[in-house]
Structures are given as C-alpha cells and as structure tokens.
Design a protein around this ligand. Structure first.
Ligand SMILES: *Cc1c(COP(=O)(O)O)cnc(C)c1O
Length: 427
C-alpha cells in the first residue's frame, strides 16, 4: 500500500514531485496549498486493475475522499467509475463526464430528489443505488414508478463484523447506522414482486475505513458468500454484481498495511468461482483513501516559532479548517520541512494552526527540525484523502488552492477562495 513519501521526494534538497519543486508552487500560488501527484492516484488504481484483471470488474473511486473535478476526470479517463453519497457528488460526477453505467450511489439518507437525480443521470440513470434500509427501498420504488422506470438496486448488507478501525469510521457492525441485516435482505427478496419499480441487481458491503488488516474483510466476504448461497435458490433472476466497498488502509506513519495484491487474492478466494463464466458475476470495489491518501500533501508556511519553557510551538498558516483529520480523529500525519537542509537537529515541537481551538493541532511533542523558523515551508503528508473534501471556512478562513502535478508540470485545479467567496449569498 502507498507510503507518505512515495510520490514526493527530495530533489536537489527540495521536496518535489516529478522534478516540480513544491517550494516553487508555494511561491507562485501561496500557502496553504494542497498539492497532488497524478501518479499518486494512478499507481494504486492500476494495481487494483491488474489484480482484478481476470474478472469483469469496475473500480469506483469513493469521491468523498477527494472530489476535485480534475481528479475525477483523471481517474475517469483511466476507466474508473465513481461511488458517491449525495446529490452534490452526483452533480460533480456528471460535470466530470463520468459515464452513467459506472456510477453507484451509496448513503443512508438519500432523498426523493436525489433518487430522481440519479435516475435522470445522463438521461439513462446510474448503474446502481446501493440501498441501506427498507424505507429507502420503498421510497425509491415509488420515485421510480412515478417516473415510469425501474431503479437498479444493490442491497447494502451489514455483515456485523468489527473492522477494528477508529469507531467513527467503522461501519460494518450491527449497531452502526449502515446497511441491512441478513434477515432483512431475505425479507426484501420475498417482497420483490410487490416492488415493481425495483430491479435488484446486486449486493454491496462496506465495513469501514483505514483497515489495517484483511482479517475483518475475510470475515465479511465469507458472510457475503453465505448470503449469496442462501439467495441462489430464492432469486428468480441471478444477481448481476457484488460490490465489496472500500476501506483498505494506507501508511500514515509506520503502519503495516495490506498489499493490494493480497486484497485481490482474498476476493478471488471467496468469489473466484462465481466471478468466472458462466455466471459472469461482476465485481465492484469502492476504494477512496487507497487511491487518494498518499497522492496529496498540504504545504504550509511557518508564521511563528513560539518558544515556551517546556517545548516549542510552530504556528503555521494551515489550520483545522483546511485539514480536520487530526482534530476530528486524532489522526497522525507526517510533517516534513520542504528544504532538506533543515532536517537536523530535532527538538520536541507542537505544530499548530491559528484557529481558536486547542484541537487545532497537527502534531504534539513531535521531534521536528530545531532550525525551521518563520517564513519556511512545511509539508503535511498523506493529505490527499479527506483533506480538502472535509475542509471548511471556520474562522472565516478561505479554503486553500489545489494544484495537480502531472507529466512534470503543475496546474491549479482549484483556485484559492477569496473573501468575496466567504460572504457569497449573505447580503
Ligand atoms: C467512504 C466510503 C468508501 C471509501 O472508503 P475508503 O476508506 O476511503 O476507501 C467506500 N464505500 C462507501 C459506501 C463509503 O461510504
């Protein structure tokens, strides 16, 4: 799995990607700025593609992890589909010209309007609504019937396994709000005849995010397999696909993460027979962080070194509104100086943002170069997933710019927000 500095390296002493210096970008575009490497997205994408090449498969990027239009286009051009969770994300996918037959719509709270939007996507409608409850299925049935359509559906099965990840990003337990139980799936199957607006095409699962072991997935895949067997006799027409969700972890610090090849082998172990002809079951996966996490960094400038008796604080110009993961999940991000010469010696440092919250802290008691001072640049690594997409304008801080490095060049893919952007719609 990807590493924090896999797609960014020191070249001539300056942190760079494909010979493009991050210091140059910071100078031209200002800070804070998100900088992405196109190869960072494409490398793991291709690895999944290869691992699943013997099967009829579709890799749907979970666009909530990074929803910039240029990133969506980049992945769509490689053949990616999209997994989305809101009408706004549907709008983004449509703008990025992602084909309708490559879109799955997940989420526990789809509204009637979002269902209509999905059914109207590019005229033909999306590939599948991954339905998470029986009331949702009933509403979707009504919406589709009113449009004289049949809605393509996968039922999101909650396999009740513990993903052993942060409780906020664990989704596959019975106590979580996601998906429906085995008995509910069977109940739905029995009532399919009454749901004339529903075309049941598949089953989906997604047990959580940042999984550091394949064991919970092994368990979940096994339960899905059992459910598939139970359905074999009960279904009038066979399922078209199974969707195995996302969630494989990446390295933020020194975690050992499951290799993509092993993950693909696990899929083969459980579903290999079903995926091969004649049943031709199609396999979908929904990686988000795995594709985007280590493809991006957040570059920021040191505003002050504030010396305290016990330790030093570095106040930087990025804050929790730009990257909320440390404040929200106490998650670890590696932070490095952009100029390699500043690497040593190190002292224990707290690296914090300017926002008026004590949780606005990117690192506590972190050994950090003692000479890094006012005006110098740092990169917060592994910021490509759930970074910009979770950003806000808290403290009336305009959102940062986003830049993409591709084929040895860089390009602004979202301009920095302005103060006018901050008050739009208020007057
Ligand atoms: C968030 C989400 C994903 C992606 O999760 P990652 O951990 O980023 O891979 C996939 N599927 C669904 C249904 C999700 O909600």
């Amino acid at each position: 799995m990807t590493q924090p500095l896999q797609f960014f390296q020191y070249e001539n002493g300056i942190l760079s990607s494909e010979n493009v210096s991050l210091a140059t970008i910071a100078q031209k575009i200002g800070t804070p700025v998100y900088i992405y490497s196109a190869e960072g997205f494409l490398t793991p994408f291709r690895e999944f593609s290869e691992g699943l090449s013997e099967f009829n498969h579709l890799i749907c990027f979970a666009l909530k992890s990074n929803s910039n239009l240029s990133i969506l286009r980049l992945l769509a051009q490689e053949g990616a589909g999209m997994d989305l969770v809101s009408g706004g994300e549907l709008y983004r996918a449509e703008k990025a010209l992602v084909s309708a037959e490559k879109i799955v719509f997940s989420g526990v709270g789809k509204t009637a309007e979002e269902m209509q939007q999905g059914l109207n996507y590019h005229g033909t409608g999306i590939y599948s609504f991954n339905v998470e409850s029986i009331p949702e299925l009933k509403l979707l049935n009504e919406v589709a019937l009113n449009m004289n359509r049949k809605a393509p559906v996968a039922l999101r099965f909650n396999p009740d396994v513990d993903a052993k990840t942060h409780p906020y990003i664990s989704t596959g337990l019975k106590k979580n709000k996601f998906g429906i139980s085995k008995s509910e799936v069977l109940e739905v199957i029995r009532s399919l005849d009454q749901l004339k607006g529903i075309h049941l095409k598949g089953l989906s699962i997604h047990i959580g995010s940042q999984l550091l072991s394949l064991a919970p997935l092994d368990d979940a895949f096994g339960r899905l397999e059992e459910l598939l067997c139970a359905l074999d006799q009960k279904l009038k027409s066979p399922l078209e696909f199974i969707d195995l969700g996302g969630g494989i972890g990446i390295t933020y610090r020194d975690e050992k993460t499951p290799p993509i090849q092993k993950y693909c082998k696990l899929i083969k172990k459980h579903f290999g027979k079903r995926l091969k002809a004649p049943s031709q079951l199609k396999i979908l996966i929904e990686p988000g962080r795995t594709l985007s996490g280590n493809a991006g960094v957040l570059v920021s400038k040191i505003i002050y070194r504030k010396q305290r008796r016990s330790k030093d604080f570095l106040v930087i110009d990025a804050a929790m509104n730009d990257l909320i993961r440390p404040a929200l999940y106490e998650s670890y991000h590696e932070i490095v100086p952009i100029h390699e010469k500043h690497l040593l010696p190190k002292v224990k440092t707290n690296i914090v943002g300017p926002v008026c919250e004590s949780s606005d802290c990117f690192a506590s008691d972190r050994p950090f170069p003692a000479h890094a001072d006012q005006g110098e640049l740092v990169a917060i690594l592994s910021a490509g997933a759930y970074g910009f997409s979770m950003s806000s304008t808290y403290n009336s801080r305009p959102r940062p710019a986003e830049v993409l490095i591709q084929k040895g060049r860089f390009q602004v893919i979202r301009s920095r927000e302005t103060w006018e952007d901050l008050i739009r719609g208020e007057d």
